[in-house]
Design a binder for this molecule. Structure first.
Ligand code: SME
Length: 181
């Protein structure tokens, strides 16, 4: 398996010269999947300066690799307020105050929230009734939560330390690229 496959297909515009294809091993082992995914995330975001474009592609890459029910970002766009950013999945709540729900808890505390059963989490915001478990990783730079990565599963207890470590590493790549490390 090569990390990169490039396909050049008679580009209609000069700037559209390369189609990037995600390359993943054929395995259900999430440690292996994350190990293959993270260098590709790093390479994709290295090639673009725009944060929104990069968050959109990261959400797409996570959705492709794991088929999560919902995966995406909320950004801090006003003090104490998260606003929906690029995502893949069903329609989502747009604004979440710090301290509300799982995303708000991650944003307010600056700590990853791993929730095996969302119905047991006080104040969980049910954007989708199908969500059963959730992990939210905040990106903290200079002491401020700038955005959170939110991943929801339709299965109970879908996330563990492997997801936490890999998703925290992924968020660290975004921090290094866009928020001065
Ligand atoms: N469940 C989240 C809200 C965001 S959606 O799941 C996309 C929460 O409690 O923060």
């Amino acid at each position: 398996m090569g990390i990169w496959n490039f396909r050049i297909e008679d580009p209609p515009f000069p700037e559209m010269t390369v189609t990037e294809i995600l390359s993943l091993p054929e395995t259900a082992d999430k440690t292996e999947l994350y190990a293959a995914l993270l260098p590709q995330v790093e390479a994709v975001i290295a090639g673009e300066d725009d944060l929104i474009a990069n968050l959109a592609n990261v959400a797409a890459m996570l959705k492709s690799a794991f088929d999560f029910h919902w995966v995406g970002f909320y950004r801090t766009l006003a003090p104490g307020m998260l606003v929906l950013g690029p995502f893949q999945g069903p329609l989502a709540c747009v604004r979440i105050p710090f301290g509300r729900g799982v995303c708000g808890a991650a944003a307010a505390s600056g700590q990853t929230q791993l929730v095996p059963d969302v119905d047991a989490f006080p104040g969980h915001i049910a954007c989708s009734s199908l969500s059963r478990s959730e992990i939210v990783v905040p990106l903290v730079a200079a002491g401020e939560t700038r955005l959170v990565l939110d991943v929801d599963s339709a299965d109970l207890d879908a996330f563990d330390a492997t997801d936490r470590i890999a998703l925290e590493s992924l968020v660290a790549l975004i921090r290094a690229r866009h928020f001065g490390g």
